[in-house]
Design a protein around this ligand. Sequence first.
Ligand SMILES: [Fe+2]
Ligand SMILES: [Fe+2]
Length: 305
Amino acid sequence: MSMNYDQWEAACGVRSGPRHRLEANQAPEATYFPLALVPYAAEVEKRWGRPVCQELLVHRLYEYLRFTELLELKSINHVGTLIAFDELIVPMSRELRSQAFLLIRDEAHHATGADDVAHQIELATGVSRLPSAKPQFLHRLGAMREAQDKDLAPLIDVAFATISETLISGSLAQIPKDPNVVSLVRGYTADHARDEARHSSYFSEFFAKFWPQLPVAVREQLGLLLPELSLAFLEPDYASHQRVLEAIGLSATESRKLVQQAYPAEQAATAVRRPLQGTIRLFQRVGVFDDHRTHDAFAERGLIG
Ligand SMILES: [Fe+2]
Ligand SMILES: [Fe+2]
């Protein structure tokens, strides 16, 4: 069950956590991002050497931080604002609206922290962030909004935010646990993960009130879009991987080959199913799969058995 307003107010990272700073002397084995989260990193190290691999990990961190900034500010806080001002087609309780303000503050803090971490590492390493590129989730979200009725757009955003806030992101869970990752990155991510546990309960509670109140026709339309929204968040951002590999000096062909080998198509469904378990249980609980076409749409995309 989610915490009450006072508990949330006191516990959020922006109130209770320190600003994380990069330590001047790093151990020789220190990295900026877990090697285990970049499936082609070991191959890069073997063929192009450790300094190139280290630069790759710095860029993978930057991409992860940019993803965080855009997700928080353009997606979650957009939806938080709709809830806070009661601008959805179904009314929200005073409690959920007040907590939406706390949510917005948390997410703004996570985005600010991401920018701060990236900037400290740019200064320390001399490796600059690549020019900002739209991550795939924003492309796919935009395409879905355009393909549907205008009225559905805010509901698509709400569904996407619910999915991304209730699934268990592999990186958020794994980064703090990797002893080789610099403490700046681990500390920042651990604080973020703590706040996100609260958001997951919040969105479960919110969605359980939101979904059943929607008109049946809207639930039917939106239900069919939930699998694509899940995949937009969870599928690898191939263009981002490719861009980084080319930036560290690999050819376009080498980069494409590495990425294809690292994310084999036949394992794609299994890889996205695991983090999605909690979200699927939420959908089951609130009756999303009562419409068999929604259930079938999830099955067709390999998201449920
Ligand atoms: Fe966040
Ligand atoms: Fe969040």
